[in-house]
Design a protein around this ligand. Structure first.
Ligand code: NAD
Ligand code: DAU
Length: 348
């Protein structure tokens, strides 16, 4: 893997992955990061990387929905491996405006697959980043395994399910050397503050309302983003072509428990704040339509075959994440005010 195309590298997980590959892993090649810079993409997430790894990191502002440009990029940069993160990723947005999810998540993935197929002899690995949401919702018992039937419930998860099916079809039909990982909820630095954890951290810090959907008893399996990055790199290096791997944190939690934990940690860090006790900011609001009740991942396959296991405990990970958001107020202010978008317009 000498010339790796990473799509969506300016988003939350993509930026953490590029940082991990270049600063911590044994990856020796060059990264070509293609990102459209939607509201969720912020090149500031990698500003230091752009400086420190001038010879091994290239950023291209482009749209994976543009098939001609994707072909050119594959040719111009002699792409031999792909790690595909680019997507519209927020379930609530997919409910209000599904169009972009269909375009980017389905058509965009198709364009990348076609570009890879047209130079297939040079492609060693096409890894697709997917989600546990393709499996639908669990009751109180059971876990998602790699053979759980797909039952997506939101436009977001349906579009990700479609992209997974395309990946599989290109392996079965054309022999494209692909792998897929279906991962549970990530948290950590650089997550856009529309998602549960960063939203609650920032609202809690500022003393504004903490909107919990429904009864707050929906369950997600939370994984620290660096653990996800390690899983992806392990699969890219050692995963078997054509295989799917579930990735999870072995850390099921109800939303309300997480929100209360964040409140308590913020109170403890900020003992003199007028916003204490922050639990009083919690407001139960109308539920998300089609809200999946419970996700829980069985990652036995990844553990048994590739020896991966999550390392960060939630107690440590959530504290580090809260501290990161409090220490990076400038990043937060630029993202919340939309100032980062002005910077993007001026530079790209
Ligand atoms: P994100 O929304 O933070 O980032 C998505 C990135 O993709 C952004 O940088 C955005 O600019 C870029 N992008 C969007 N449309 C594009 C297009 N048409 N062309 C090029 N770039 C485009 O998302 P994330 O949370 O980092 O998720 C990354 C991937 O991981 C997604 O595929 C998502 O489905 C999957 N995933 C996320 C989680 C999670 O908890 N966040 C869990 C499992 C899987
Ligand atoms: O499971 C993996 C998925 O996790 C990824 O595929 C998605 O890209 C990612 O966004 C995430 O989806 P969720 O819908 O689970 O994440 P979100 O942070 O939006 O919500 C987590 C839970 O918190 C969910 O049950 C809804 C609830 N919630 C969310 C928000 C934003 C609230 O109660 N209040 C909120 O304000």
């Amino acid at each position: 893997m000498q010339n790796m195309l990473i799509t969506g590298g300016c988003g939350f997980i993509g930026a953490n992955f590029i940082r991990y590959l270049l600063t911590e892993s044994d990856f020796k090649g060059r990264i070509v990061n293609v990102d459209k810079l939607t509201y969720a993409g912020n090149p500031e997430n990698l500003a230091d990387i752009e400086n420190d790894f001038e010879n091994r990191y290239v950023f291209i502002k482009d749209d994976i929905c543009d098939g001609i440009r994707m072909n050119e990029i594959f040719e111009n940069y002699a792409i031999d491996s792909i790690c595909h993160f680019a997507a519209e990723s927020h379930v609530d947005r997919s409910i209000v405006q599904p169009d972009a999810f269909i375009q980017t998540n389905i058509v965009g993935t198709f364009n990348l697959l076609e570009a890879a197929r047209s130079r297939q002899s040079q492609i060693t690995r096409f890894h697709h980043i997917s989600t546990d949401e393709v499996y639908g919702s669990l009751g109180q018992e059971g876990y998602f395994t790699e053979t759980t039937p797909y039952k997506p419930n939101s436009p977001y998860s349906a579009s990700k399910a479609s992209s997974d099916h395309l990946m599989r079809a290109y392996y079965k039909t054309y022999g494209l050397p692909m792998t897929i990982s279906n991962c549970s909820n990530n948290y950590g630095p650089y997550q856009f503050p529309e998602k549960l954890i960063p939203l609650m951290i920032l609202n809690g810090f500022e003393g504004t309302s903490l909107p919990v959907y429904g009864d707050g008893r929906n369950v997600r399996d939370w994984l620290y983003v660096t653990d996800h990055c390690k899983a992806i790199w392990t699969i890219m290096k050692h995963g078997k072509t054509g295989e799917v791997y579930n990735v999870g944190g072995d850390n099921e939690m109800e939303n309300i428990t997480i929100v209360e934990m964040i409140c308590d940690i913020l109170d403890e860090i900020n003992k003199l704040s007028d916003h204490r006790p922050r639990r009083e900011l919690i407001t139960f609001v109308k539920d998300r339509p089609g809200h999946d009740r419970r996700y829980a991942i069985d990652f036995t396959k990844l553990n048994r075959e590739l020896d991966w296991t999550p390392e960060a405990s939630f107690e440590t990970g959530i504290r580090d994440t809260i501290e990161w958001y409090l220490a990076n107020r400038k990043w937060v202010e630029r993202v919340k005010s939309g100032e980062y978008q002005d910077w993007i317009k001026a530079h790209y």
